[in-house]
Design a protein around this ligand. Structure first.
Ligand code: NAD
Length: 479
């Protein structure tokens, strides 16, 4: 398959005619070539978005909502294909891609269509004047996303940006270009207005950097690693662009001494190893109360060892490959480091060699490590793979201090049979998203995002709609 850029409603090759290979990491085979786009392609996309801006922003919000619903219908018809492309592009199980990626890619459009329908008018009365707030689009916005939930995260930005009247230059990860391309096919099939959504494929340092640097792109919504986020912020801030940064995490799963241990072990295993630990919200540090530590470990290891690792195409597979050979090497290097630092591997700990057709695939066994200091590198740096460390604590306050002892502050979960105690602990964890007795339970109206080095700003519901709008307050003196 040869992927092209989608600019001004047309599939076009990159200006430099340079393409790169795209791999299926579970089989280590090339499945597509994609444009290695440069600033010249971003320029073309910006010109198209500029031409489209006025007509798109002049549509009524009702008309734009109708377009969101049409896109959702178009994607709905191709859900099976979305799941299959996402699975071969990322190595994640097909069943997971169907349940999570394909469903959310469609529901993001339906959700923001519905949410925008309920957008209220903002008015503030004074004794002698009335203020009303006019929402305007920001203009041309740049959307940059990672590989772990490709179309899910891209549409999470595209839908609110569209409905608020912006035109879009988006760049999916160079490792997962396929479903963004499918979205473009859907746009072409429904005669979506040219130039409103432009997709530029390619590397972050070329196409991504060019988007962030472009003076006509007035907002950047970025999801990715914290180190990349620093570069994006350093480039965009002096240009006073609106910035939303959704970055890395090193989230704690806290098991209090009164937890339902069976449920907590299931929850902790799922939080640590869903999508091979490649979800920003994954609980990669498991903190367990002293008095239940040993019993809990036995249950957790049982849960982990019951997970089926294998060919992502098989329905029974729970865990597929990691995203690439390079990422596998990074994950394995952390496991080696953990052992050098005195960690004990309770389960996993190595690459898994699979039968055909996955014999060359990037499979790493779900790995649980105990005995590492809470400030060791493996317990504080984001590995973003199927590796979790487990630590014991004496009091709830110790658990909170341990949870907060990282540069990150994205998410976390607390497990207890005492809801009030769970809420008290959750409220003291320095993170943007906390769960009590559950994980990855999402209402799309709620604020989503991190504190500390996990990001700036919030996505979801009103927060997304506000980010993709400029608000003008107009104060009218009464007669
Ligand atoms: P990454 O930072 O390497 O890349 C993310 C995107 O940024 C890609 O499209 C990449 O091409 C682009 N990019 C790279 N350099 C760039 C530059 N200089 N300018 C502009 N764009 C550039 O991240 P990744 O490896 O693709 O994804 C994994 C990371 O994403 C993890 O740290 C994970 O925690 C994070 N993540 C965060 C969230 C969240 O909501 N907070 C969600 C998913 C993933």
């Amino acid at each position: 398959m040869q992927i092209e850029n989608f600019i001004d409603g047309k599939f076009i090759p990159p200006v430099n005619k340079d393409y790169m290979d795209n791999y299926n990491p579970a089989e280590n085979v090339v499945i597509a070539t994609i444009p290695n786009s440069t600033s010249e392609d971003v320029d073309l996309a910006v010109k198209a978005a500029s031409r489209a801006q006025l007509a798109w922003s002049n549509l009524t919000i009702k008309d734009r909502i109708q377009w969101l619903r049409k896109i959702a219908e178009g994607l709905e018809l191709r859900k099976t294909e979305i799941a299959s492309l996402e699975s071969i592009d990322t190595g994640k199980p097909l069943t997971l891609a169907a349940k999570v990626d394909a469903n959310r890619s469609v529901s993001n459009f339906n959700f923001f269509a519905e949410h925008a329908e309920q957008l209220g008018e903002l008015r503030f009365e004074m004794p002698d004047a009335t203020n009303y707030v006019k929402r305007k689009p920001v203009g041309i916005v740049g959307l940059i996303t990672p590989w772990n939930l490709p179309l899910y995260l891209l549409t999470w930005k595209i839908a609110p940006a569209l409905v608020m009247g912006n035109t879009i230059i988006a760049k999916p990860s160079e490792m997962t270009p396929l479903t963004a391309n499918l979205l473009c096919e859907v746009l072409a099939s429904i005669d979506f207005p040219d130039g409103v959504i432009n997709i530029v494929q390619g590397l972050g340092k070329n196409a991504g950097q060019a988007i962030v640097e472009h003076p006509k792109i007035r907002a950047i919504s970025f999801t990715g690693g914290t180190d990349t986020g620093k570069i994006v912020a350093a480039t965009a801030a002096p240009m006073f662009k609106k910035l939303s940064l959704e970055l890395g995490g090193k989230n704690a799963t806290i098991i209090l001494d009164d937890a339902d241990l069976a449920a907590a072990a299931k929850g902790a295993a799922r939080a640590a190893f869903t999508n091979s630990g490649q979800v920003c919200l994954c609980g990669s540090r498991i903190l367990v109360a002293d008095s239940i530590y040993q019993v809990f470990i036995d249950l957790l290891v049982m849960e982990i060892e019951a997970m089926k690792i294998g060919n992502p195409r098989n329905e029974s597979t729970d865990i597929g490959s990691v995203i690439s050979q390079t990422h596998m090497a990074k994950v394995l290097s952390y496991i080696k480091l953990a052992v050098e630092d005195g960690g004990k591997i309770l389960t996993g700990g190595s690459r898994l060699l699979m039968p055909e057709p996955n014999q060359e695939g990037a499979f790493v066994a779900p790995t649980l490590i105990e005995g590492l200091p809470i400030d060791s590198r493996c317990a504080t740096e984001e590995i973003f793979g199927p590796v979790a460390t487990i630590h014991r604590f004496a009091t709830d306050q110790d658990a909170i201090a341990m949870a907060n002892a990282t540069q990150y502050g994205l998410a976390g979960s607390v497990w207890t049979t005492d809801t009030e105690r769970g809420k008290a602990v959750a409220e003291q964890v320095e993170s943007g998203v906390l769960w009590v007795n559950t994980w990855l339970h999402r209402d799309l109206r709620t604020p989503f995002g991190g504190v500390k080095n996990s990001g700036v700003g919030r996505e979801g519901g009103d927060w997304s709609l506000n980010f993709f709008s400029e608000l003008s307050n107009i104060c009218v003196k009464n007669d």
